[in-house]
Write a protein that binds this ligand. Structure first.
Ligand code: PLP
Length: 447
């Protein structure tokens, strides 16, 4: 190691200049202290980084098919084609609007100076409103409530707070890809259970039983489901809760679509049927309240107080370390959960009509069939074709300029093929998109 000694002496400056000329910045044999940095500032040298900066290898498994397809779509759009986007679940891209009273609540919070950092768990009026809503849904034994930057951040924090290297959490297949992306980021191997298409995409309970190992710490349940639109039966929730009870698991109940039920089903919160089981229930403003850009979500931890205490402390450590969720937007939470709900009537009416159109098209088109979605705004039709669904989706985009997401991007049983449709667009747009899809299917796979 070269000692820098008294760096003010003329001899030392000359020596350092010579080191700087010959040493690339990444050459660790040269001491890189504060003093050395100062010398660089005094004697600027034309240096370039010569080696690539590699991303962490654990990111190789981070995939998000919904947005990854955007690159191909950009190329198609650059050629002047208008793309019919049936790929991203953002209602604001279509004929849905954030309710005015939510916007007013945020505006008022901003005017009242709620523009600094918020408490890490969230502001009191928002937390009270979330607790009251959870109670209305029958959730008791609530041990903690917190607001995050969308459900996305809740999921990230809650999985990070639970898992040690070598452990796992059961995630559904098909899955909303956020879960596998976060698990990959944590270097946690995937352990997936199937949703059963023959049973209206209900979780395959036997598969869950088979997949639980001594290293399994939790189960993710998305209800209503993205990407299939299924809604869990009470019996299913009770059976999953019983497995969690028996194997000491945490259930992550993602209920972000709980007010978008399209038929006569009642949405039942998993935590409501199992007050003793550790459950984190996720909800937010992105879907039910049509404000995905505000990035407001939340988590409600319920279960036996003594059992969940260390986990709640872990979650709160992470909540503190990232400061807080968006501050003024949190004031829309009481407005949403306790204010007028009229927009939901209109939203469900539109979604019902668009769901019916979608299912009718699927089930009257050769090579396509679909379990009718009962909630949310996604359909996950099955394709009876001899090539991969990724090829179908790419050809559909390149040739017909319709953008959907391939089933393999969500996970599916080997040998099966699907694609996900977001049926948020109006009937005219959907009809045009389905006509183009039918053309491609006929041209490529025959009648
Ligand atoms: N969970 C599910 C099942 C979703 O479908 C989505 C978004 O599509 C999210 C979570 C992310 O929600 P947020 O916008 O609150 O981060």
């Amino acid at each position: 190691m070269t000692s820098l000694g008294d760096w003010h002496s003329p001899d030392k400056k000359a020596q350092l200049t010579s080191i700087a000329r010959t040493a690339p910045i990444h050459n660790r044999s040269v001491p890189l202290g504060t003093r050395y940095g100062t010398i660089y500032a005094e004697f600027p040298m034309p240096l370039t980084q010569s080696r690539e900066i590699l991303a962490a290898s654990r990111l190789e498994n981070v995939k998000y098919a919904i947005r990854d397809l955007a690159c191909v779509a950009q190329e198609v759009a650059a050629k002047g084609h208008k793309i019919l986007p049936l790929n991203i679940g953002d209602p604001i891209n279509f004929d849905f609007e954030t309710p005015a009273h939510l916007i007013e609540a945020v505006h008022q919070a901003m005017r009242e100076g709620k523009n600094g950092y918020a408490p890490s768990s969230g502001v009191t009026p928002a937390l009270n409103a979330i607790r009251a809503e959870a109670a209305r849904k029958g959730i008791t034994n609530i041990q903690d409530v917190f607001v995050t930057s969308g459900v996305s951040e809740s999921v990230d924090i809650c999985l990070t707070a639970l898992l040690n290297p070598g452990e796992d959490v059961l995630t559904p297949s098909p899955d909303y890809p956020l879960y596998s992306a976060v698990l990959s980021k944590l270097d946690i191997g995937l352990n997936t259970y199937y949703l059963n298409e023959e049973d209206g995409w209900q979780p395959d309970l036997d598969d869950i039983k088979r997949k639980i190992t001594p290293r399994t710490r939790g189960i993710v349940l998305i209800n209503p489901n993205n990407p299939t639109g299924s809604v869990c039966t009470r019996r299913m929730l009770q059976d999953i809760a019983e497995l969690a009870r028996r194997h000491n698991l945490v259930i992550f109940a993602d209920e972000i679509y709980d007010k978008l039920i399209l038929d006569n089903d009642e949405h039942i919160s998993l935590a409501a049927v199992a007050p003793d089981v550790p459950v984190v229930t996720f909800g937010g403003l992105s879907k039910n309240y049509l404000a995905p850009g505000w990035r407001i979500g939340w988590g409600v931890i319920s279960g036996d107080a003594a059992v969940v205490k260390p986990y709640v402390e872990g979650v709160n450590k992470l909540l503190r370390s990232r400061l807080c969720a968006n501050h003024p937007e949190q004031y829309a939470i009481p407005a949403a959960l306790e204010g007028p709900q009229e927009h939901l009537i209109e939203v469900r009416k539109k979604l019902r009509s668009r769901r019916d159109l979608t299912v009718q098209w699927c089930n009257s088109t050769a090579h396509v069939s679909c379990v009718s979605p009962r909630g949310a705004f996604y359909a996950f039709p099955k394709l009876d074709i001899a090539e991969g669904d990724d090829v179908f989706v790419k050809e559909l985009l390149v040739q017909k300029h319709v953008l959907v997401v391939h089933g393999s991007g969500f996970g599916q049983k080997p040998g099966t093929r699907h694609f996900r449709i977001v049926f948020l667009p109006d009937e005219k747009t959907l009809t045009a998109a389905y006509a183009k899809m039918a053309d491609l299917i006929q041209e490529r796979y025959g009648k």
